[in-house]
Write a protein of this length. Structure first.
Length: 268
């Protein structure tokens, strides 16, 4: 009989970490912990960062909450996948990332980079929605390729960042972009190492690089999201005069980046 899509180890992909070595109910113990660290490291600071932005620009409330919820779901589904290695968990993990990217592109993609046939944000939202639906359906054809396709989107984001940096002289912006790229490079190196060099890590009894991926990509997103918000406010609400800041201080070795608005929101 065909295994249920909810059955343990029914997924088409299995990571390097040995299964059920630390727990009888958690397939990949450290990968599941890495995902929980993803949520702990990323979501609380980003929620705080977005609330700082919301206080200055109340019209962005729905967008920021939608982004926060999509990231929260991505973390939950990833934990479920690594805990069960089920086919349903694999699809939920990958599709939640796809939908999170769709939300980010829908509301934060600069209008200056819209295709010539797209004139308004509303039209772009429709295009993004159609593309997301098609991509979601295609994800069921060959799920093992989904992770590679999703990682390739990072190159487009890096290209957009490079284009924006060419127009920006703010050293803080360049610094944050450099730190973001550093964390992303470490993260993707860990992901590729776990996928392609598993035989090596198993030989030395250290098959934990996918758990590193979760933590490192969280650190990259911690810098990426404020950077994207900064560019978004610069385009959509330039009167607020956005500025990148670090909490609690620039001099601290571990900081939380956020967007400060020099001009407060004016109510009629």
């Amino acid at each position: 009989t065909m295994p249920s899509i909810f059955s343990y180890q029914s997924a088409e992909v299995d990571w390097c970490e040995g299964n059920f070595e630390r727990s009888a109910v958690i397939a990949e113990y450290y990968n599941t912990d890495g995902t929980s660290l993803f949520s702990c490291l990323l979501l609380p600071p980003l929620n705080w960062c977005w609330r700082v932005l919301v206080w200055g620009a109340f019209s962005e409330l729905q967008v920021n909450h939608g982004s926060f919820v999509s990231l929260l779901l991505a973390g939950i589904f990833s934990m479920y996948f690594h805990m069960t290695l089920s086919y349903m968990g694999q699809l939920l993990d990958e599709l939640s990332i796809l939908w999170t990217l769709a939300v980010a592109y829908s509301f934060w993609y600069p209008q200056a980079y819209f295709p010539k046939c797209i004139k308004t944000r509303r039209h772009f939202l429709r295009l993004t929605g159609i593309t997301t639906v098609i991509s979601t359906l295609m994800s069921f054809i060959k799920p093992t390729l989904n992770a590679y396709a999703l990682n390739c989107i990072a190159f487009h984001l890096l290209y957009l960042t490079w284009r924006e940096l060419k127009k920006c002289n703010d050293k803080r912006v360049h610094r944050m972009a450099a730190v973001m790229v550093m964390w992303w490079a470490l993260a993707i190196t860990s992901w590729i190492s776990d996928r392609w060099l598993c035989w090596l890590w198993q030989a030395i009894n250290f098959p934990y690089f996918h758990s590193f991926w979760h933590v490192l990509i969280a650190m990259s997103l911690l810098y990426c999201c404020p950077l994207v918000i900064y560019f978004n406010v610069s385009y959509e609400m330039p009167s607020f005069k956005p500025k990148l800041e670090y909490w609690p201080s620039d001099s601290w070795p571990v900081v939380v980046p956020y967007v400060a608005l020099e001009e407060s929101h004016k109510q009629c």
